[in-house]
Design a protein around this ligand. Structure first.
Ligand code: NAD
Length: 328
């Protein structure tokens, strides 16, 4: 907290607003109390659900910031998981063309992924992350794994799905370590694993902050994963992001074996790891057809073809593999 206070003083912040996920605010109501000794500090709470990631919710937050006369030097602190980071990052990037944005990630997924890289967004008509800007946060508070103690198991698994992605695209050592894990618990998540994922993401983002090419490696598992999320959202049911990504990782590994030469023994290892933690149903033509309306909306698509990031092998991603018809 001292580092944050020091930075906010350097920025000339007078007013701090904590944009908090309501579930997180209820569990940790005093987490930011120390800020009140230095700044005028207020809190906005929003429902802790993906359905809050909308332009309507952003408008409400903009209006509240305006009512409180937030200025360009002031700071908006996102307190929650990836939903709050994405929505609040978008609000901070756009309000008065940008106020200071700080992330305090409270889910495993946001600690390893959503709080880094500067992608902010809201959803539009169930199309994920349709409206947004890229803008790096001014500060990310270091992962505090005690938050994981209160995280629902489904959300812990969700972050673990994303962690598997990082291991698959860039860290055979991390993959070995997480593959040795029998049962996922909050205590079993090593801070070193979190640091490794952050290192990988920052490394990729440094080379390609605006997502023109290198950054596409981060999309492994996400083409099908996002389509699954879109499908569930449209049918009124939610699915945690990383759980959808875990299914996407398995299906896109199968596709990698078919299209980009992922060795069969590596595919089997990936399948075993994912099925041990997530019960993923087999892929089928029917599933492809159900997901197709969402796949064709994907932002990465080119010339009407669906754009996948696949694997040549563990640790060797291939970007921009374009697919037109049912590929399995
Ligand atoms: P989330 O923010 O939706 O939170 C999941 C649930 O956990 C919510 O109900 C929340 O209230 C609750 N919660 C959060 N922290 C808690 C805690 N410590 N204890 C108890 N409950 C807690 O989920 P998420 O998985 O962190 O984020 C998903 C979002 O992140 C999606 O919208 C996704 O698109 C986005 N995302 C963004 C990026 C990026 O680079 N910007 C990357 C990955 C995902």
């Amino acid at each position: 907290m001292d580092t944050l206070i020091k930075k906010m003083q350097e920025w000339g912040t007078r007013q701090a607003v904590v944009l908090a996920d309501a579930n997180v605010a209820a569990l940790y109501p005093h987490f930011f109390d120390a800020l009140s000794d230095h700044f005028t500090c207020r809190t906005i709470t929003i429902p802790g659900s993906e359905s809050s990631k909308t332009i309507e919710q952003a408008v409400q937050v903009w209006q509240q910031l305006q009512a409180w006369q937030m200025e360009r030097n002031d700071t908006l602190i996102m307190f929650g998981g990836g939903m709050v980071c994405d929505l609040g990052g978008f609000v901070a990037a756009t309000y008065k063309r940008g106020i200071h944005g700080v992330y305090c990630p409270t889910t495993l997924l946001s600690m390893i992924d959503a709080a880094y890289g500067g992608k902010t967004a809201v959803n539009l008509h169930h199309v994920k992350n349709c409206i947004g800007v890229v803008r790096q946060p001014d500060h990310v508070m270091p992962a505090n794994t005690t938050f994981l103690q209160t995280l629902p198991m489904a959300e812990l698994k969700s972050g673990f799905g994303e962690m598997i992605k990082y291991a698959l695209i860039a860290s055979p050592l991390l993959l070995k370590q997480i593959n040795d894990l029998e049962v996922l618990t909050p205590e079993s998540v090593s801070p070193l694993w979190i640091q490794e994922c952050v290192r990988i993401k920052e490394n990729v983002v440094r080379k390609d902050p605006n997502d023109h090419h290198e950054r596409h490696v981060l999309n492994f598992g996400h083409t099908i994963g996002h389509a699954i999320e879109g499908y569930y959202a449209a049918s009124g049911r939610g699915v945690p992001h990383g759980v959808a990504v875990a299914a996407g990782l398995l299906y896109e590994s199968l596709l990698s074996e078919k299209l980009t030469g992922l060795p069969h023994n590596e595919f089997l290892m990936i399948e075993n790891l994912i099925q041990r933690h997530f019960k993923v149903k087999p892929f089928s033509k029917k599933k492809w057809n159900v997901l197709l309306p969402y796949l064709i909306q994907d932002k990465k698509n080119k010339d009407g073809r669906i754009n996948f990031t696949l694997l040549k092998g563990i640790g060797s991603p291939v970007t921009d593999v374009l697919v037109q018809d049912y590929p399995f």
